[in-house]
Design a protein around this ligand. Structure first.
Ligand code: URP
Ligand code: ZN
Ligand code: ZN
Length: 465
């Protein structure tokens, strides 16, 4: 059995910061021991990694990605191969992607399709959530089978009428089913029916630029949908995870629900923490690069999101990685913002941007690891296999240089998309080496992994319940 020792680093988990050496055996963490102590100095190993001056972190868990997602007549530009490779570059060793049920088809068919896309192609491990587009008797029954086999979370949409949208009755039925089978309902909380009216009015009045995407997707319509989702979950007796929360008033709804003791959880994304409507308003159609839903908000929302992350009103930061090239894809919406495919690239830079938040004083180091690694693993039934460094856990380990400076740019990133939403941004901190189940994927900033190393992860149910 191969043995690796990582020595000299500061091991940071959600609960601890310890100066310890880490022994990896057969792809799993075997032991931790204080630097210079007897067990650590006597460990034999096939490989020794010097982590002096570095952080030793659990691999990141990005619980919200859309590789090759069909949207608005095109497909997200990253395949499972390119997207998981980029994830590895950024210190993310697990993704949970969204398989999609097509209207009129079964969940099984959608899941099989996503398995076929990912199988043998991933650089790091992956699991699936299921998007429920067609809630009916048969798909409700299928939910039970999926939970039993490790697809334990289901996304529903209050937005996108005619595409993914479910009405309140369908949402309630899915939540009732989840309350019985242990599944977790993930909600895209925006009032899509009202938004579509505002879209039509904006276009009729000649307001066609990307910034109007943000204008019509009102804060009130995110907050209202979040409130409604909470009440429906409460009636169903089901837990609720609200995805890509961007608005201060939506955070308030989640906080109020949690204050009542309801099992309601919230996720936000780096784009809402670092970008704003100023980006959507960039001239010359540049704003299209920042079109996603929920939309970017005015800057003042950012402080509410940071506060929510600090005080656990929000539990998880995922990327909602859904990249579309500017050229040929985002451009489909020139003259009509509603035709710009919704989504932004980000899977590569979540760990770095959140480390920058540590540097800037928004988060502690342990909270960084918690919201990016441990909490998503717990939320989606992967802990402690993923999300921590402890004996028995998978040896998904990131050696992170907290002092390295880098400039984020499309010229140097590894995502298959022709722009960066963070072009030119200087950040402090960079991934040096990444192990996935003990196997190097990134070694001293060189990619040494391969497509097919990543394996499928059947998941347990939410561990916060
Ligand atoms: O704009 C986004 N978020 N695109 C991906 C689909 C979704 O709603 O998460
Ligand atoms: Zn969504
Ligand atoms: Zn998404």
């Amino acid at each position: 059995m191969s043995r690796t020792v990582i020595h000299g680093g500061l091991v940071v988990t959600a609960s601890d910061e310890i100066h310890a050496d880490v022994l990896i055996e057969g792809g799993r963490i075997a032991a931790l021991a204080a630097h210079g102590t007897d067990p650590a100095t006597s460990w034999s190993a096939d490989r020794r990694i010097d982590a002096t001056g570095m952080y030793v972190l659990p691999g990141g868990v990005d619980a919200h990605t859309h590789m090759e997602m069909p949207f608005g007549g095109t497909y997200a530009a990253d395949t499972f191969e390119t997207g998981t490779r980029a994830a590895a570059w950024g210190g993310t060793t697990t993704i949970v992607d969204f398989a999609i049920q097509t209207m009129g088809r079964s969940l099984r068919e959608g899941l099989d399709t996503w398995h076929a896309k990912a199988d043998g192609r991933c650089a790091v491990d992956y699991g699936f959530h299921m998007i429920l587009s067609d809630v009916n008797e048969s798909s409700l029954k299928e939910m039970d089978r999926l939970v039993a086999e490790g697809v334990t979370s289901f996304k529903l949409f209050m937005a996108y009428p005619g595409v993914f949208y479910s009405d309140d009755g369908r949402i309630l039925r899915a939540m009732q089913r989840a309350s019985g089978n242990g599944g977790l309902v993930m909600m895209h909380a925006e009032n899509g029916i009202a938004i579509d009216v505002l879209v039509e009015q904006a276009l009729a009045e000649g307001r066609t630029d990307p910034r109007y995407h943000g204008d019509v997707r009102k804060v009130a319509l995110e907050a209202e949908a979040t409130h409604r989702a909470v009440q429906l979950a409460r009636v169903a007796g089901a837990p609720l995870y609200v995805v890509h929360v961007s608005a201060d008033e939506a955070v308030d709804e989640i906080a109020a629900a949690r204050h009542k003791g309801l099992p309601v959880f919230g996720e936000t994304c780096p784009q809402y923490l670092f970008l704003s409507t100023d980006n959507l308003a960039e001239p010359g159609f540049e704003g299209a690069k920042y079109v996603c839903s929920t939309p970017l908000r005015p800057r003042e929302h950012q402080e509410v999101l940071w506060r929510g992350l600090r005080n656990n009103e929000l539990q998880v930061v995922s990327t909602d990685h859904c990249p579309f090239c500017f050229s040929g894809q985002k451009e489909m919406g020139r003259g009509d913002f509603s035709k710009i495919p919704n989504g932004m690239p980000g899977v590569e830079h979540r760990m770095d941007l959140l480390h920058q938040a540590v540097v800037d004083g928004h988060l502690s180091r342990r909270r960084w690891v918690e919201i990016a690694c441990a909490s998503p693993a717990r939320m989606f039934g992967l802990y402690p296999k993923k999300g921590t460094i402890a004996p028995g856990a998978d040896a998904d380990v990131v050696i992170y240089d907290p002092g390295a400076e880098q400039t984020i740019s499309a010229e140097t990133h590894h995502m298959a998309v022709d722009y960066s939403a963070y072009e030119g941004r200087r950040v402090t901190g960079q991934v040096r080496t990444v192990l996935s189940r003990g196997v190097p994927v990134i070694e001293d900033r060189a990619y040494v992994g391969h497509a097919g190393h990543g394996t499928y992860l059947p998941r347990g149910t939410c561990q916060y319940l």
